[in-house]
Write a protein that binds this ligand. Structure first.
Ligand code: CMP
Length: 138
């Protein structure tokens, strides 16, 4: 089943010049870039994006971190893209991520974990719509 999912290269990934390496991992593993934009999230944008986590104790830290530098927001497309992207990223905590995954290779800690990816097809549609109008998705 061909799906789309949202990926974000987080500020730690952009700062450490990892955009190309991360994009290459997606492309090498069969996901196509359907939309892409580099941007500095406003506090409002980051709070809205992570609204499901607003009651979590780390919410403030998460928003501060995600607005600390530019990010690269992408829509990825491919066979089972939501699950495929999660496999390529690895577990949220880099210490628990499988060998060869983005978070194992590059993640610093659970906050600075280099990439975000949608966790379900329903959230993928919401998250892609949050950043991209349909005219910007190819
Ligand atoms: P992400 O996939 O972007 O979705 C929510 C983010 O919250 C998650 O990745 C982590 O980076 C972050 N997060 C989860 N748990 C913690 C935590 N205990 N402390 C700080 N950040 C966290």
């Amino acid at each position: 089943m061909i799906q789309k999912t949202l990926s974000i290269v987080k500020p730690d990934g952009v700062k450490r010049n990892l955009i190309g390496k991360i994009v290459a991992m997606f492309e090498d593993k069969g996901l196509k870039i359907a939309a892409m934009e580099m941007k500095l999230l406003s506090k409002k944008e980051a709070e809205g994006f992570y609204v499901v986590h607003k009651e979590r104790p780390f919410f403030g830290e998460l928003v501060d971190y995600m607005t600390s530098g530019p990010v690269v927001v992408m829509a990825l497309e491919g066979e089972n893209a939501v699950l495929r992207n999660r496999e390529i990223m690895g577990a949220t905590d880099p210490a628990k991520a499988d060998a060869g995954t983005i978070r194992k290779l590059y993640g610093v800690n659970v906050g600075e974990n280099t990439v975000h990816g949608s966790d379900s097809p329903e959230n993928a549609a919401i998250e892609i719509g949050y950043f991209f109008p349909s005219s910007k998705i190819f």
